[in-house]
Design a protein around this ligand. Structure first.
Ligand SMILES: C[S@@+](CC[C@H](N)C(=O)[O-])C[C@H]1O[C@@H](n2cnc3c(N)ncnc32)[C@H](O)[C@@H]1O
Length: 252
């Protein structure tokens, strides 16, 4: 057995190791509340919706909570290991590996969601426009695209030079968060130590922080109808003071 101080550090792809402990790391997140909020949005703006795809679904926790509603569900994610963990849950839903910037569906759907600041992993507005375009093509008419961002206020207030450490069965990890205001990059550096491994894994997660106004400008260039940008799980208008902003777009 290799002692911690003897272990070599290795930089690995985001979510390639975090995926295995992601549900523990996210145990503070109430996915039931997320599912309830999204279902209320759907009821208001596309009540006849039958099917929903979660693009950037992670380990499938949101979809798991959506099973209480009567949608046909499926999801994909860029991270092979997250999809592996989602499949392991035995939810019996279609899960596959894919990229939100470039995807096409065999059959169009009524609702597409991209949640928990997954969009912040898209590093430029040009690429965000690619997401909009793929999503638009993949939706039925009256279809909704629901996504959220975390704001600069969130990065500055809670995560600028924030340090966190935690442990679970067979592992411990640290997370160091920082915010580069000049380049608008929110960084989370994870150091993950599985007790049965000879290596310590480093994951360098970078998220781009967007202002609401610049996303609105990009949405303006699409054929989507902009329904609203809501403040933190509410139906009130968001602002740059919001911590999380939920966007709702509709394909007319
Ligand atoms: C903060 S996690 C959120 C996961 C999930 N939506 C949830 O709520 O638990 C961000 C997710 O975005 C995924 N992701 C990042 N870039 C992506 C891309 N280009 N295409 C698909 N998924 C992507 C990551 O692999 C990760 O699973």
């Amino acid at each position: 057995m290799v002692l911690n101080w003897q272990k070599k550090e290795r930089l690995v792809e985001p979510y390639s190791k975090l995926a295995f402990i992601y549900d523990d790391v996210m145990s503070h997140v109430n996915y039931e509340t997320w599912a309830n909020y999204v279902s209320r949005i759907i009821e208001k703006w596309n009540p006849g919706a039958r099917n929903l795809i979660d693009i950037a679904c992670g380990t499938g926790s949101f979809l798991n909570q959506c099973r209480r509603y009567s949608y046909n569900l499926s999801g994909f994610d860029f991270s092979f290991d997250s999809i592996r963990m989602a499949r392991k849950k035995g939810l019996e839903l279609p899960f596959w590996v894919g990229d939100v910037r470039k995807f096409a569906l065999k059959k169009t759907v009524d609702v597409i969601v991209c949640l928990y600041d997954s969009i912040n992993y898209i590093m430029s507005l040009e690429q965000i426009c690619e997401v909009f375009s793929s999503v638009y093509q993949a939706l039925n008419s009256n279809g909704l695209f629901i996504f959220d961002i975390c704001t600069e206020r969130n990065s500055i207030k809670y995560f600028d030079n924030f340090f966190d450490e935690n442990s679970g069965i067979g592992y411990n990890y640290t997370r160091h968060s920082s915010y580069d205001k000049t380049n608008k990059i929110h960084k989370n550096l994870f150091t993950i130590n599985f007790h049965n491994s000879d290596e310590i894994y480093i994951e360098d997660h970078r998220q781009r922080i967007y202002y609401i106004s610049e996303l609105l400008d990009s949405i303006d260039k699409t054929e989507f109808e902009f329904i609203s940008a809501f403040d933190d799980f509410s139906f009130s208008k968001a602002s740059e003071k919001s911590i999380r902003v939920h966007f709702v777009l509709k394909k007319e």
